[in-house]
Design a protein around this ligand. Structure first.
Ligand SMILES: CSC[C@@H](O)[C@@H](O)C(=O)COP(=O)(O)O
Length: 342
């Protein structure tokens, strides 16, 4: 009955989400790298829970999840006899499951006009979201590699990245990690410094896993090492992703990104943001207007489920920070490169 998700890029073996006819198969990113587990999100509660605990994560992957999520809600509405108000409420729960990545709301909003045409039309539009994201990532990889190779003389290159921006975080291939993969394919990459990305370790668990799968040389380093690695001259360029890029170029990304940008500015090396157009939010004027998700204190106060901080300690756990446009040398999208800091 439902059109199936198109085959993603042949080069991108990892498919973080796949439509299976009545719901999504999602790679459970909380289980990686130890176990490659697929979970079935065929109802709204399961999808919202998967988004909230980061089983599916990364701005473009959230966008595709939001788009398919509307179809999941419609199918559940038909199964369980929901009225229109209940369907609206459940779609809004998906849209609001995380606040910072504009792609999630964008994915939901993109398919909403197709709801009156029925679930097949919604799924077809969600399939288009996936196709377009993979194509955008491939273009980002080429534009970003071209820009870096024109700006940075040293060969081979040493690249620092933060969080996870690869196939797991997108519909396939990757944004910042797509640029890294492109540099590797062009034979100009020496190694990647992958920040471990506290507190949920998207760098050491997910980016390192993807780099390992690709045979790309890499070092996982503590987030606290990043500024020092940059100032010691061990890095030629930093490339990160984005969750929302405001109209003035201020960019929200995983907590720790702005520290990398400050170190790059001091060291005089480029700080590059890579993101598809779906992550640009012209309705948000600047970084101060971006909602920053605050996550549960236990993610900081506990380690592997065991309390490590004193019982009386509280945690401050913002999931994202905002890098001002003036610290960003290049923003790479499928449309090309803009240089906000210049
Ligand atoms: C291509 S993914 C870009 C961003 O979404 C990524 O860098 C990031 O910050 C993800 O945060 P997460 O909390 O893991 O969803």
């Amino acid at each position: 009955m439902a059109p199936s998700t198109p085959t993603a890029d042949a080069d991108s073996a990892i498919r973080t989400l796949t439509w299976h006819g009545t719901g999504l198969h999602l790679i459970d990113q909380t289980a990686l790298p130890g176990r490659l587990v697929t979970l079935d999100a065929s109802d709204v509660d399961t999808l919202v829970d998967a988004i909230g605990r980061l089983a599916v994560r990364g701005a473009p992957a959230l966008g595709a999840s939001g788009a398919y999520g509307v179809a999941i809600a419609m199918l559940q509405a038909a199964r369980e006899g929901w009225d229109a108000d209940r369907l609206d409420t459940e779609i809004r729960r998906i849209r609001d499951a995380r606040p910072t990545a504009v792609n999630l709301a964008g994915g939901v909003d993109r398919v909403l006009p197709f709801v009156p045409q029925g679930v097949a039309a919604v799924i077809a539009e969600a399939d288009a979201v996936v196709r377009e994201d993979v194509a955008a990532n491939r273009a980002i990889g080429a534009h970003g590699a071209d820009w870096i190779l024109a700006r940075v003389e040293r060969r081979p290159l040493r690249v620092l990245t933060h969080c996870n921006t690869g196939s797991l975080a997108t519909a396939g291939w990757g944004t910042a990690l797509g640029i890294i993969r492109e540099l590797h394919a062009r034979g100009v990459l020496e190694a990647v410094y992958a920040d471990e990305t506290r507190p949920l370790l998207q760098g050491s668990r997910l980016t390192a896993w993807e780099l390992d799968q690709e045979g790309i040389p890499h070092f996982v380093q503590p987030d606290g090492a990043a500024a020092s690695t940059i100032l010691r001259g061990l890095v030629d360029v930093a490339v990160i992703g984005a969750d929302r890029i405001a109209k003035n170029g201020d960019t929200a990304n995983k907590i720790g990104s702005v520290g990398v940008a400050l170190a790059c500015a001091d060291a005089g090396i480029p700080f590059v943001v890579a993101a598809p157009r779906t992550t640009f939010d012209d309705a948000t004027p600047d970084g101060g207007a971006i909602a920053i998700e605050e996550r549960p204190e236990a993610e900081v106060l506990e380690w592997g489920g065991i309390r490590v901080a004193p019982a009386g300690s509280r945690a401050f756990n913002p999931a994202f920070d905002v890098t001002p446009a003036r610290l960003i040398d290049a923003i790479v999208s499928e449309d090309g490169v803009v240089e906000p800091g210049h």
